[in-house]
Write a protein that binds this ligand. Structure first.
Ligand code: NAD
Ligand code: TYD
Length: 359
């Protein structure tokens, strides 16, 4: 039985990944989920797996080398999938320090622990032990010309404190690969959407606001472009890269699905209005009059778009979920999980929202 150490498994993509992996491999694998449970980590996301005998949760910080080393000492960890990070650009603009701590130093701690556990006396590494570092396309910066795409060879040019911290962590993983022959891969993925995403990010924030008849804050002219990928497709891509990718390589994972923010917001309005039942007083209130253009994000990257050619050619992965289908599934999930949304938006979220959107 292969044992996985998943970091940040209580967050959006990590929890979807754990669900995906148990669905795919069942009792063939064991998963240890290490998560600090920051504002973005939520054990409710894992309710349906928490009692599985092959699942263990450890509350710890990825910067805590003692806690991380202990997990490696007590278990034969064969796969690390490192999601844990501070992940929101707007928060990084307000408070960069924690991004450097968790994203850069936390990644270094994970690399050191895995290296110590896996390195053999001759400097080689235990066979079939692998580390996957989950990163973002934001490290490549902003595409200004139409028809341009991010490739694995695109030079790094991060602009936000978030993307700069992820770029630094990627470079540290690359340094371990080049210096020690450390058995790792890096994946750089485009914007994800789907169930369990914290409503500070565009899609769940707009769904939640629409459902509450609140204004829909669109930054700048609303024409920034993101390349949206359904989260389950990302999880499948991570697993395929780890099992079929060439060690030491980077793979870009993207949706081939570029959309302007304003298109997304209008589509959400349309689908939410359609899905609310007749007689629900919210139905009539969900319309385009809720759209409010607000001050642009500082340093706002204009366009991200990935050409997922390498992962398709080498690993056989491609984005399977069409956006028209994925966004409907996502909205239905939030409609069916009103209690989840209520729980994550109580308390600190209110403070964050008022502070962030007060202008
Ligand atoms: P998220 O913010 O939803 O979840 C992050 C998780 O990490 C949370 O469970 C949180 O509690 C945990 N965490 C934070 N700091 C920690 C620490 N110091 N120690 C241990 N755990 C800690 O993030 P997400 O959207 O699920 O993103 C996961 C990963 O994927 C990140 O590395 C992010 O950079 C990357 N990524 C995200 C996207 C996206 O669209 N969301 C796209 C590409 C790449
Ligand atoms: P976000 O979900 O924060 O992801 P990222 O910045 O990592 O791409 O934002 C996606 C896009 O939506 C980005 O161009 C910023 C924009 N946006 C808004 O217009 N309004 C909002 O309230 C938020 C959160 C984002």
């Amino acid at each position: 039985m292969r044992t996985y150490l998943v970091t940040g498994g209580a967050g959006f993509i990590g929890s979807n990944y754990i669900h995906y992996m148990f669905k795919k491999y069942g009792e063939e694998i064991r998963i240890i989920n290490l998560d600090k449970l920051t504002y973005a980590g939520n054990l409710e996301n894992l309710k349906d797996v928490e009692n599985l005998p092959n699942y263990t949760f450890v509350k710890a910080d990825v910067c805590d080398s003692e806690a991380v080393n202990r997990i490696f000492e007590e278990n034969d960890i064969q796969r690390v999938v490192h999601f844990a990070a501070e992940s929101h650009v707007d928060r990084s603009i307000r408070n960069p320090d924690v991004f450097v701590k968790t994203n850069v130093l936390g990644t270094l701690t994970m690399l050191n622990a895995a290296k110590a556990a896996w390195e053999l006396p001759d400097g080689s590494f235990r066979p079939d032990h692998k580390f996957l570092h989950v990163s973002t396309d934001e490290v490549y910066g902003s595409l200004e010309k139409e028809g341009e795409y991010f490739y694995e060879t695109t030079p790094y040019d991060p602009h936000s404190p978030y993307s700069a911290s992820k770029a630094s962590s990627d470079f540290m993983v690359k340094a371990y690969i080049d210096t020690y022959g450390f058995p790792a891969n890096i994946t750089n993925c485009s914007n994800n959407y789907g169930p369990y995403q914290f409503p500070e990010k565009l899609i769940p924030l707009m769904i939640n606001n629409a459902l509450h008849g609140k204004s829909l804050p669109v930054y700048g002219d609303g024409k920034n472009v993101r390349d949206w990928l359904y989260v389950e497709d990302h999880c499948k891509g991570i697993d395929m890269v780890q099992e079929k990718g060439r060690l030491g390589q980077t793979y870009n994972i993207g949706g081939h699905n570029e959309k302007q923010n304003i298109e997304i917001v209008k589509l959400i309005i349309e689908i939410v209005a359609e899905k609310l039942p007749e007689g629900d007083p919210r139905k009539a209130a969900v319309n385009e009059s809720l759209i409010t253009y607000v001050t642009d994000r500082k340093g706002h990257d204009r366009r991200y778009a990935i050409a997922p050619d390498k992962i398709k050619a080498e690993v056989g992965w491609y984005p399977e979920t069409m956006f028209a289908e994925g966004i409907r599934k996502t909205i239905e999930w939030y409609l069916d999980h009103a209690e989840w949304m209520k729980n994550v938006t109580s308390g600190d979220y209110q403070k964050y929202y008022e502070e962030m959107y007060k202008a």
